[in-house]
Design a binder for this molecule. Structure first.
Ligand code: KG4
Ligand code: ZN
Length: 381
């Protein structure tokens, strides 16, 4: 098949993204308009504000992606858009725009699962480096603000097939980073801040026990794959443990002081965060990160062994975390398991991953009907 240029559109949460990707292997352009500054004062994503901002940004972001790619509306081969999971109002903006474009340009429209996008961001970059030899089955850990999911992926002649072999029962790992940063007065989003501050603390200072799931999730009992063991996660307890630590170690006043000092700054720098944290707080932050990373690595590697995975992918916003990457790299290497991550810009939400995931669907001619809807809870299969 000749080269195919797919215009991808992503609006599932708080980034408006548009990208042009050639044949699932070359990013020709990738534009992301982040809404972090908009949501920062609220300490998290406000869905109504997110939808309104997507509406404002979608046209210029798509135009910029096309301009940068030196393509035109007429010379892209298909339009791909995130169908879910995500915020309903946010997804609708991208979907409505993509449908209108596809209809007006008479181009095929491809609906993409956001989680499949995160998985394909790894593959896209490996292909770009010339690595076409990824062995299957792939165990993919998608670890983001909304998900901590393990999928066993196989490649069939008409595309990829996914089996969910683990998920969080409560908070996602990224959510735990964000909530913990918020309760420590560090602002939003918490993951990148905790990542940078952890380097200055002692990760062994505070012992956190992460809940281990011994029984299968009741919601999964009727799934056809119920014979396979599940490797579920739970991160709501550690956030409560950090809160208890703050209370029992008289840290409340320091948290409030930090919150005030940092919220007075438009864009706090690492030095500002460091100046607002005493050593006890830095130790607490590093210990929290170590506990989450340790749990993610040990569960993913146990699952990889149990599922006879040939390759490990770690992707999603939390995959940008330095300690997580280091730890996965060294632990997977000990088991001889090849482990791949997206580059940091491709770990967090972007539209290049959506255009890349759409490519096998374009080859298989799996197009969306004009009346497909946003699915906030869309499952990956
Ligand atoms: O994939 P993503 O951009 O959006 C979702 O699909 O959720 O992930 C965002 C999440 C946030 O929770 C953010 O705090 C976390 O990824 N994150 C990180 C880092 N960078 C982003 N968590 C830990 N360390 C990081 N460096
Ligand atoms: Zn995401």
């Amino acid at each position: 098949m000749p080269d195919a240029y797919i215009l991808g559109i992503e609006t599932s949460c708080d980034e408006t993204g548009a990208a042009v990707v050639r044949s699932g292997e070359e990013i020709v352009s990738n534009i992301v308009a982040s809404q972090i500054a908009l949501h920062q004062p609220y300490g998290g994503v406000v869905p109504e504000l997110a939808s309104r901002e997507h509406l404002r940004a979608i046209v210029p972001v798509v135009r910029q992606a096309l301009e940068k790619s030196k393509r035109t509306y007429a010379t892209v081969d298909a339009i791909a858009v995130t169908q879910g999971p995500g915020l309903a109002g946010a997804l609708l903006v991208g979907i409505s725009y993509a449908k209108a474009l596809a209809y007006a340009l008479e181009k095929p429209l491809i609906a993409v699962n956001h989680l499949e996008g995160h998985i394909h961001s790894v593959l896209l970059e490996e292909r770009a480096k010339g690595n076409h030899a990824v062995n299957f089955p792939v165990l993919a850990l998608v670890v983001s603000g909304g998900h901590t999911h393990l999928y066993l992926a196989e490649q069939h002649c008409d595309g990829w097939v996914y089996e969910n072999v683990g998920h969080t029962r409560d908070d996602a790992a990224g959510e735990a980073f964000d909530k913990t940063a918020k309760l420590l007065g560090l602002g939003y989003p918490g993951g990148p801040i905790i990542d940078r501050l952890s380097a200055y603390g002692d990760p062994t200072a505070v012992k956190f026990a992460i809940s281990q799931m011994k029984h299968r999730d009741r919601r999964d009992q009727n799934q056809p794959d119920s014979a396979r063991p599940h490797f579920d996660f739970s991160y709501s307890g550690i956030k409560t443990a950090v809160l208890r630590h703050v209370e029992t170690h008289n840290m409340r006043e320091r948290v409030e002081k930090r919150r005030k000092a940092l919220s007075a700054l438009a864009q706090p720098k690492l030095e500002d965060y460091l100046a607002s944290c005493d050593q006890e707080t830095l130790d607490l932050i590093a210990s929290f990160q170590r506990a989450i990373v340790g749990d993610l690595v040990s569960k993913a590697l146990t699952a990889a062994r149990a599922c006879n995975a040939a390759t490990l992918f770690v992707t999603g916003g939390v995959a940008a975390n330095a300690e997580l990457r280091r730890s996965f790299e060294s632990e997977a290497a000990k088991e001889g398991l090849p482990a791949y991550f997206p580059s940091r810009p491709l770990s967090t939400d972007n539209a290049a991953m959506i255009a890349a995931a759409a490519y096998p669907r374009l080859l298989a001619r799996q197009f969306a009907s004009a009346d497909f809807c946003a699915e906030p809870g869309l499952a990956l299969r």
